[in-house]
Design a protein around this ligand. Sequence first.
Ligand SMILES: C[S@@+](CC[C@H](N)C(=O)[O-])C[C@H]1O[C@@H](n2cnc3c(N)ncnc32)[C@H](O)[C@@H]1O
Length: 275
Amino acid sequence: MSCRLYEGKEQASSYWKYRIAPSDHLIQQVLNFLEKQMDQPFELAVDVGCGSGQGTLLLAKYFASVVGTDVSPAQLEMATQHTQEPNITYRRCVAEDLPFADGSADLVTAMSAFHWFDRPRFLQEAHRILKPRGCLALLNYTMDMRLSSPDRCSDSLNRVCNQFYAALHPYRSAKLGPSSIEFYREAHGSIPYPDKEWHECVWVERPMPLSSYMGLVESFSSYQALLKEDPQKATALSQDVCQRLMSIMRVTSVETEVVVAVKYFYLLACKPQEA
Ligand SMILES: C[S@@+](CC[C@H](N)C(=O)[O-])C[C@H]1O[C@@H](n2cnc3c(N)ncnc32)[C@H](O)[C@@H]1O
């Protein structure tokens, strides 16, 4: 079953504005793995569940062609609006039924998306479209993002952030269970490819205004679920957190810069020559 949580236009727009895409360094790790398995030039990368396309864009320089796929027209519209690269296109389809020929993709990625898919069906589909020695890369980050601000006690800021995440926890989709990392660990265990890697902790840091940090957390499915159920409660929670963070930083502007660090984890797997 597809995830319908990201389909609204507003959601797609806040996604584009606030989400923290993988760093170039992280994408380079994926490419290093692929380069060990296959000769260049690389023809096709497919970024499944591409959302508004921030991660898809990072692949453009390495492949003759990159196709971002997503089930949501609003996300794809946002992605198309922000893409100038002539070798990137977008297609609407579900992750479990990809419109690509058998053995056609050098790389299949899913960034912050695999946990929403019907995972066994997607893994079968990725296996089908990958070339022999082609690679699968599944990336995601944990909810425990860290906030810091010059000269301010990060511990105090993060205590408030952790309370924010704890308040949102009951609104997590039941489909995700307590923590999505387990789905990735499980996939790493179950993928029957001998060449595979698991990386549990790569921090990606981004400076941004505090308002964008708030926008980032508000773009999460758990906040969106709370907003839908009780808009007043959601807004009050967010305002309270924002006020407390500003008070710790001793600032009055929500545009004050903070640094947000997210902890990425990822798995890489290479389809064997004879599979
Ligand atoms: C959390 S967003 C991640 C977007 C983007 N890859 C990123 O890193 O920011 C998850 C995306 O997966 C899409 N999605 C969820 N389930 C899907 C499915 N079964 N097939 C295709 N897309 C799906 C959603 O529409 C959404 O755009």
